[in-house]
Design a protein around this ligand. Sequence first.
Ligand code: HEM
Length: 430
Amino acid sequence: MAKNKNIIDESTSIGNKISRRDILKTAGVGGVGVILGASGLSGLLSISESKATTKDAHEIVPFYGKHQSGITTKTQNHVYFVSLDVTTSKKEDLVQLFKDWTKAADLLSEGKAVGDLSSNEFLPPKDTGEAAGLSASNLTITFGVGPSLFVKDNQDRFGLKAKQPKELVGLPKFPLDALEEEWTGGDLCIQACADDLQVSFHAVRNLIRIARGKAILRWAQTGFQRTKQADPKSETPRNLFGFKDGTANPDVNNESQMNKQVWVQPGDGPDWLVNGSYLVVRRIQMFIEVWDRTTLKDQENTFGRYRENGAPIGQKNEFEKLDLKQKNEKGEYSIPADSHTRLSHGDGSQQILRRAYSYSDGMDLKTGSFDAGLLFLCFQRAPSKQFIPIQNRLAKMDKLNEYISHRGSAIFACLPGTKSSGFIGETLFN
Ligand code: HEM
């Protein structure tokens, strides 16, 4: 978080101008007051602005753009994911919320505070302050809307029913699903990813604060991957079963592949979602104690890949094209018929962009084991053609099912991106 930036930029104070007195007060503390006399308020603003930007430029992912960030962005070290219920019944409140969130998310993405950090001792500070002094840490904030925002209990809550895409409906119940209400559904979601957990927590906390009186938390889940300090070469991260996870993801730098697999295209459904994407979230517990008693051979047969280097069984390198026809000396498929890789790959025509994070939430009180697993987040153009058929195959016969349990689930339409003159959600609400 750039020093003093937050206290001098009027736009930081969502709908609340910072008074000159506040600026003088804080300028004295931060040591920039001298500039005020020489160049006036605007001079002060621009000088501090440029300083802040230079300091953090390499760790800033721009918020505004054709698509929302946090989808094809290189996966950061941490996620703070929240699902929310809307409590207001007024559409104008909802619109205002998205306008306020847009401004705040832009500031947060630049490593700035959402309001003045200066202490007017008669008011609670606008920004909660725990990210002061921290860099932007590649923070991305991605907003989504769930099916229940459109229709809930048969009510067209905000007059949006006619705009609900056919793809944005509750997921079917899959065999072996063990979903719990406390990890399921939601009217809205925020995915905040950053290389620092305090930065993503700060972002979510302040966005929830802004939503006061309009929306409340429904469920929340943090997740992690190895950090960039621990893995400077940035190899494929390993999941809590010790296997490389993310190898066969589509290439985020290949625009035509992203248009084919991830971004909603004109003609797919209602126009408001063009350039957006569908997010499916699954909170999947992994029974790590059981896994740890399983032989290496069984573990590798479960995934159909070697643990050490992530190569498909019978092949040498992690990124080799799968050879699903190859057989071993016993005449069996090298990549077993019930392995996760074979089943999730299918004929290769359905792909999803996985952006999963491990989670560890202390103890599962029911069993006394770790409550740890995968916060499975995946983006796609049409869940009915991508996540749903893949999960149907996995739920039926994936060997991995012996070691996992799907405990939470939700689907959201992640809105298209916007320009600085607009706001996230404008295509839906206008
Ligand atoms: C705890 C649950 C899961 C774990 C531990 C897990 C782990 C893995 C691993 C280790 C791989 C091989 C390396 C790679 O390509 O990334 C893989 C591949 C894959 N997984 Fe999962 N996965 C889980 C759940 C799911 C779910 C729920 C889906 C979707 C319904 C899914 C879809 C895929 C796909 C599409 C691939 C790539 C297949 C290919 O084309 O080679 N996974 N997963």
